[in-house]
Design a protein around this ligand. Structure first.
Ligand SMILES: [Zn+2]
Length: 548
């Protein structure tokens, strides 16, 4: 038994109402424990946290760090890899490349070095689950999992069209079990299928998906309700139709309504909050005010932001037609993928410029979401890594939220007309450390349904980040002094000191084996992808936790 004492730290643990109180924290093996009653029981290790800020480990609830499109993006950007510093091998760690899309090893080290201890890849086609698991097994330190793409799944769309909702429910359960996924993800529901068959897309929530007789609205409504009935820990995770298109706030609002009161999580909401004419980029403006008002008054909805920051990155998305759109507007190289019968993908390198009106507005719109959501428990910090920016931008975003003069300085470098197109210049809210702890830890844990994460009460996972308060907030959050993951001290004096493989987090909803047989027959009759190619081998379960 290894007992660790974090002594005298200034604790921020919003789930337990702790707002900067000085307290000791005891850890034993991989859990937070109570102080030993037996005074003879001495900690093996004592960290003096006097004057230091102690928070639960950070949780990234939406990023792209594994699977086929991440791997393809790595291959597409040798110029980015060449320019970025490599991570050197040490006695306990492997070498790796960095840049917009770091290698698996680097991803784990960089997250941990920044105080993050849990991350979820947001878009894995079920047929590629084995590949994603292999990569996650090579992504050190983090506890992690992934969401399975189901918004353009042929079998599910056919069952929804026929009203065979029980059968759809069985299939969702089976798929999560077979692929060891964590949640149900919808990407441009219906639109990716239309792109794959005709090169088109879907724009309205009530447009019919050709050959399938479903609409985005029926896909959203039914899957939100199925996920609710299965009591999955995380609600349906939705990337709405029309990402990035001026005027898309209309379809975003309709998607929220399509939930019909079921819980739903709308991801990278920044990319879906635009006013204007779809055919004229110059008409682009922010509609966060009305969307945030809707979310503020509908407690079934949660969001993460997908903040854009200026610089080089790579966009990668399960939204095939969006990849093509970005290729057309940027002129950059483009990859398009088609995963037979269940999803697609698009990859395009992108440079966000502060001289561009569109990019400046995207930056402002992300910040508006943080500043206009009344309840920080229903919004999580994300950059949709690497789409809006690298996850390494989180400390800078935190600094922008905590310091309005820093926002004003940045606004001064952006196009003047921005002021007429958004509310950001008038917003003077500043986040407190307590609220930062909510949107980076406690809220994502709650939204994900992770009972042992995002807090520091007895029984919580021993994932702890210890920061040294500094005048520069960004530096404080970039270089935590200590990071503990699963009870192991991985960062000490701001340097990586050890590495291990964290847990896989997945769900395991029950289903009736008998009902699987007719699903299996259907697959054999309709598709070349064999049903048996889905199940992931048990060797992926060395270290895992079933949640829910
Ligand atoms: Zn994403």
């Amino acid at each position: 038994m290894s007992l660790t004492l974090v002594k005298n730290g200034i604790l921020y643990d919003p789930k337990n109402g702790i707002d900067g109180q000085v307290s000791d924290l005891w850890l034993e093996d991989s859990k937070v424990v109570s102080a030993p009653v037996d005074s003879a029981k001495r900690p093996v290790r004592t960290i003096d946290a006097t004057g230091l800020v102690v928070m639960p480990g950070g949780i990234d609830m939406h990023c792209h760090i594994a699977g086929p499109k991440v791997n393809t993006a790595r291959k597409m950007i040798p110029e980015d890899k060449r320019a970025a510093p490599d991570i050197r091998r040490t006695s306990f760690s492997r070498s790796g490349t960095t840049g917009s899309v770091p290698s698996t090893f680097s991803t784990g080290y960089l997250y941990a070095g920044m105080g993050y201890t849990t991350a979820f890849d947001a878009a894995i086609p079920p047929i590629s689950a084995r590949h994603a698991h292999e990569e996650l097994q090579d992504t050190p330190i983090l506890d992690k999992g992934f969401y399975l793409l189901m918004g353009n799944n042929h079998y599910l769309m056919k069952q929804i069209a026929k009203g065979e909702i029980e059968r759809a429910k069985t299939y969702v359960s089976w798929l999560l079990n077979a692929a060891k996924g964590y949640a149900v993800k919808l990407v441009n529901p219906g639109g990716v299928e239309v792109w794959k068959t005709t090169g088109g897309n879907i724009f309205g929530l009530d447009e019919t998906v050709e050959h399938f007789d479903v609409t985005p609205r029926s896909i959203v409504r039914n899957l939100a309700s199925i996920v609710g009935e299965l009591k999955l820990p995380h609600p349906v995770h939705i990337h709405c139709n029309n990402l990035g298109i001026p005027g898309n706030a209309d379809s975003t609002l309709e998607t929220m309504k399509a939930l019909e009161g079921s819980r739903g999580h709308l991801t990278h909401i920044q990319f879906h909050s635009y006013g204007g004419d779809p055919d004229r980029q110059s008409t682009f403006y922010s509609r966060v005010l009305e969307l945030a008002e809707y979310v503020n008054t509908h407690r079934n909805i949660t969001v993460d932001v997908g903040q854009v920051m200026f610089g080089e990155t790579v966009s990668m998305t399960g939204d095939g037609p969006l990849g093509y759109f970005l290729h057309k507007v940027t002129g950059r190289k483009w990859f398009s993928g088609d995963t037979e019968m269940e999803s697609g993908c698009g990859i395009v390198p992108i440079t966000y410029r502060n001289k561009s009106m569109v990019h400046s507005l995207q930056w402002a719109i992300g910040l508006e979401w943080y500043l206009l959501m009344n309840d920080p428990w229903r919004i999580a910090m994300t950059t949709d890594h690497p789409n809006g920016a690298s996850f390494l931008a989180y400390p800078e975003i935190i600094a922008l939220l905590m310091d309005r003069s820093r926002r004003a300085d940045m606004l001064g470098t952006l196009p003047d007309r921005l002021k007429q197109k958004c509310q950001l210049p008038e917003l003077d809210r500043e986040y407190s450390l307590y609220e930062i702890a909510i949107i980076t830890r406690a809220a994502p844990a709650r939204i994900l349904g992770l009972p042992n994460k995002g807090h520091l009460a007895i029984g919580a996972d021993a994932d702890v980040t210890i920061y040294e308060p500094q005048n520069d907030i960004q530096t404080m959050f970039e270089l935590p002094k200590y990071v503990i993951q699963g009870g192991k001290i991985v960062v000490e004096d701001s340097e990586l000191r050890s590495s291990h493989i964290g847990k896989l987090l997945h769900t395991s909803p029950s289903y009736d084996e008998q009902n699987i047989d007719d699903i299996k027959t259907w697959f054999e009759e309709h598709y070349t992808i064999q049903f048996r190619n889905y199940p992931v081998d048990d060797h992926f379960l060395d270290r895992h936790e079933i949640v829910g």
